[in-house]
Design a protein around this ligand. Structure first.
Ligand SMILES: Cc1cc2nc3c(=O)[nH]c(=O)nc-3n(C[C@H](O)[C@H](O)[C@H](O)COP(=O)(O)OP(=O)(O)OC[C@H]3O[C@@H](n4cnc5c(N)ncnc54)[C@H](O)[C@@H]3O)c2cc1C
Length: 413
């Protein structure tokens, strides 16, 4: 089926088999996979491009495995990226290696750090090769079209005016601030901290690593990005206004205490609070991911804490599970509620396990450190991981491959 256009007054009307609101990792991958399986898909993206700074850039081994299964890995890895093979933690002056991706039983034994817009551009290029994939940029889904209790598509706005997109299935992949959840109830798990993202320069001789730093009640993460360090500075929830009120020089002094070998670069690199991007951390999930005609996936179904950098990867896993379960049904007709519920049944367990880990880390490790204002003793687990290298594959496996990893089950039609 192709998209049919008909003009009714000023409202343009389209029809498609599946409409996906949001061309982030979840929506774009799901759109690509469904179209690859022969389903007519229309993906809506409210922005004109994918350019967004400090988005999830951590492409984990689980996602690289999917790219391999799709036959896209070789071309994907030609895009500029940085490879991270170990996770490191500095507590005070002591250095610990706590994760090792090189022992994972996957095709790629590393995390690829790549700007999210390159990742999405790449997927969009692949998807556009498929005749039944339609990507409408600058098109914002505003409302669900409802027929009694059944969702029948979305009403959207585009530069050319309003558009009604009718579909047998609507997928809300519009991110953590989703406005298309159709009244589905959100469970907020809480997060006691926010993250300030900033960049520091790289210098020759710097380690090409991912380093977490803990010192004097401060938490800092440095991610090597070849030509800069992507840095996360953790602050107590809602604390950014107070930091700004204290002024830039105090903030720089705090950064210098924790930035270690990069401390001397802070003054020149951070000259304005505009260079600091606030991520308000949210951890939540929907009680039910679906209602008749509507399915939520990715951050729209479950916003993740940045701990472990799992957000994109979980979104991709949701997309793969959705396509595996629903493509065969969409090839023939319209999925019922029980079909949509199968996606939640498949993906809820991994989401719950990872969120439980993130909430425990937040509450028992991060929050006490941020409030203690002193360097805590290294936990036993950290010491054990550092001491026995073979142990380090287990946290790497949990973070890099996730729980219940998905695989592409759909052959090309
Ligand atoms: C500052 C920041 C840093 C992060 N760092 C990491 C990290 O290091 N590692 C990691 O894994 N995750 C990280 N994340 C989280 C990660 O980006 C998300 O988990 C992931 O992108 C979720 O993918 P998604 O497709 O579900 O949603 P999103 O990526 O949020 O995509 C939703 C898309 O929908 C579009 N959209 C929204 N509303 C509409 C609408 N009504 N109509 C049409 N389009 C719409 C948006 O423009 C967007 O393109 C970070 C997030 C932020 C904000």
């Amino acid at each position: 089926m192709t998209v049919a256009r008909e003009a009714r007054g000023t409202l343009e009307s389209l029809s498609t088999t599946c409409v996906i609101a949001g061309a982030g990792p979840a929506g774009m991958m799901c759109g690509y996979l469904l179209a690859r399986a022969g389903v007519d898909v229309t993906v809506l993206e409210k922005h004109a491009d994918f350019l967004r700074d400090f988005r999830g850039d951590t492409v984990h081994p689980s996602t690289l495995q999917i790219m391999h299964e799709l036959g896209l890995l070789e071309d994907f890895l030609k895009l500029p990226h940085t490879r991270i093979t170990t996770g490191n933690l500095e507590i005070g002056d002591a250095h610990f290696v706590i994760g090792d991706f090189s022992r994972l039983p996957t095709r790629c034994k590393f995390i690829a750090l790549m700007p999210q817009w390159d990742f999405l551009d790449f997927l969009a290029r692949q998807a556009r090769k498929l005749p039944n994939f339609h990507l409408l940029m600058q098109t914002e889904a505003r409302n669900l079209i409802l027929q009694d209790d059944l969702v029948r598509g979305v009403l959207a706005t585009s530069p050319d005016g309003d558009v009604e997109i009718k579909a047998g299935l609507t997928i809300a992949a519009d991110g953590r601030h989703s406005t298309l959840r159709g009244g589905l109830k959100v469970l907020d798990l809480g997060a006691p901290f926010d993250v300030l993202w900033l960049r520091l320069p790289v210098k020759p001789g710097d380690p090409a690593d991912l380093i977490g730093k803990v010192r004097d009640g401060q938490l800092f993460v440095m991610i090597y990005r070849t030509d800069y360090w992507q840095c996360a500075y953790l602050i107590p929830k809602g604390g950014f206004d107070a930091i700004k009120a204290d002024g830039l020089s105090k903030f720089r002094a705090r950064l210098k205490q924790i930035a270690g070998f990069a401390a001397g670069r802070v003054d020149d690199a951070i000259t304005d609070f505009d260079q600091v991007k606030l991520l308000t951390v949210t951890v939540d999930r929907l009680e039910k991911w679906a209602r008749p005609g509507l399915l939520c996936i990715g951050d729209a179904a479950h916003a993740m804490s940045p701990i472990g950098g799992v957000g994109i990867n979980l979104a991709i896993q949701d997309a793969v599970a959705t396509a595996n379960i629903l493509a065969p049904i969409l090839q023939k007709g319209v999925p019922g509620l029980h079909d949509l519920q199968k996606v939640q049944a498949r993906r809820e367990f991994p989401t719950k396990v990872i969120q439980a880990f993130q909430v425990a880390a937040q509450n028992f490790l991060l929050a006490p450190t941020l409030t203690a204002m002193r360097t805590l003793k290294p936990p036993l687990l950290v010491k054990a991981l550092n001491r026995w290298p073979w142990l380090r594959q287990f946290p790497a496996r949990f973070i890099g491959m996730g729980v219940r990893p998905e695989h592409v089950r759909l052959p090309k039609p």
